[in-house]
Write a protein that binds this ligand. Structure first.
Ligand SMILES: [Zn+2]
Length: 168
């Protein structure tokens, strides 16, 4: 097991589009374990492979209080989304300290492979639906900040650069 380092916005590598995983093998399962360990250590409720500079369609999520309900989605696809939208506050391990509201479909149905490469479908709403959509955005090179106004985006970039300088 290993802790992976998380890319910080506005790192251009966060804009890369992830490729589908062709074979779910031991290499992928090791990456999933390392991603989960990195997410729990941060701590966060979700992590996409893009955020650890691996551009493959893999996400891990655990929204439980006890951190004992790890969900793994490989090659996830949204197959249904409610017309009804809901606004929720989001944060991101790649944009530390920033939280803002994003509007997304309230309920989704997602199809993916599990860590054994077996297909499954899941219906999600509430926080889980928000997390899945947020993490899937990372796989196509989008960060939640991209949904905010230009003014907010430039303020956030400024804050992130200041943080980088302070930690350098
Ligand atoms: Zn994120």
């Amino acid at each position: 097991m290993a802790l992976l380092s998380i890319l910080h916005y506005p790192d251009p590598r966060l804009k890369k589009v992830a490729k589908p995983v062709s074979v779910v093998d031991e290499r992928v399962r090791t990456l999933v374990r390392d991603m989960a360990e990195t997410m729990y250590d941060a701590p966060g409720v979700g992590l996409a492979a893009t955020q650890v500079d691996v551009h493959e369609q893999i996400i891990v999520i655990d929204i439980s209080e006890a951190h004992d309900d790890l969900r793994v989605f490989i090659n996830p696809e949204i197959i249904e989304a409610s017309a009804e939208l809901k606004e929720a506050e989001e944060g991101c391990l790649s944009v530390p300290g920033i939280y803002d509201s994003v509007e997304r479909p309230d309920r989704i149905r997602v199809k993916a492979l599990n860590k054994f490469g077996e297909p499954f479908e899941l219906e999600a709403d509430g926080l889980l639906a928000v997390c899945i959509q947020h993490e899937m955005d990372h796989l196509r090179g989008r960060v939640f900040v991209d949904y905010l106004s230009q003014l907010k985006q430039s303020r956030i970039k400024g804050k992130m650069r200041k943080l980088e300088r302070e930690s350098a």
